[in-house]
Design a protein around this ligand. Structure first.
Ligand code: PXP
Length: 240
């Protein structure tokens, strides 16, 4: 059964809307753990629009499950990661004008900076996952760059419907097989929700799903602990 990483950025988005102290994403992390989260994921963006440095530092002190920091290959954030030492860093592309992460990292074009970032994080004892589109050449490049895991970008799958969605799922499956054949761990995320997560969770050897927006959205009505528990149950059923 795949592990569930709960992305708490959107709790911080509500806090930053007023630049106040509530709701605290650290509190959210604790509630997510109580609901059965296997991993807490947070994205420290360059513009600090939701998660701020303090959240990463306090999360390291308080989170008891795996801590996964999403980040771009930016010196200042690499240094913070090396100091705080999350269990895993997931490298993502980042553009200031985007609403959310749009598309996977292009590690062929940016091979040098990604190689250097992976080396620096490995040197601090941090495992590195790369957020990639399900493209064979990108996966082959990840192996050469010494990545530990690949998080497949499920955004296209999540947006597609009908036969197109079936095709996108087949792409994810083929990419997942290639990733595992190279001995890297298989993760997936972006745009997954209570309607579409199961087929991705059921892909062979799926290790981790990172889900944020749909869980936090549901939490407004049912509470975070319940929202996480419901997603865990779907993943459990998918794994059977
Ligand atoms: N994985 C990665 C690498 C992401 O950048 C995001 C969004 O921050 C997620 C997973 C979670 O996506 P969503 O909020 O759509 O569930």
């Amino acid at each position: 059964m795949a592990n569930l990483g709960v992305n708490i950025d959107h709790v911080a988005t509500v806090r930053q809307a007023r630049r106040t102290y509530e709701p605290d994403p650290i509190w959210a992390a604790a509630m997510a753990e109580l609901g059965g989260a296997d991993c807490i994921t947070l994205h420290l963006r360059e513009d600090r629009r939701h998660i701020i440095d303090r959240d990463v530092r306090v999360a390291r002190e308080t989170v008891q499950v795996k801590l996964n920091l999403e980040m771009a290959c930016v010196d200042e954030i690499i240094q913070l990661a090396r100091e705080v030492r999350p269990d895993q860093c997931t490298l993502v592309p980042e553009r200031r004008e985007e609403v959310t992460t749009e598309g996977g990292l292009d590690i062929i074009t940016h091979a040098d900076s990604v190689r250097e970032t992976i080396a620096q994080l490995h040197d601090a004892g941090i495992s590195v996952s790369l957020f990639l589109d399900p493209i064979e050449a990108q996966i082959e490049a990840a192996k050469r760059l010494n990545a530990d895991a690949i998080e497949l970008h499920t955004g296209q799958y999540a947006l597609a419907t009908g036969a197109d969605q079936t095709k996108e799922l087949a792409r994810l499956r083929r990419a997942g097989e290639l990733i595992r054949s190279h001995g890297m761990d298989l993760h997936a995320g972006h745009g997954l929700n209570y309607q579409n997560a199961c087929p991705v969770a059921a892909l062979p050897e799926m290790g981790e799903l990172n889900i944020g927006h749909s869980i936090v959205a549901r939490a407004i009505f049912v509470g975070l602990q319940t929202a996480v528990r419901e997603m865990k149950e779907l993943i459990r059923q998918a794994g059977q």
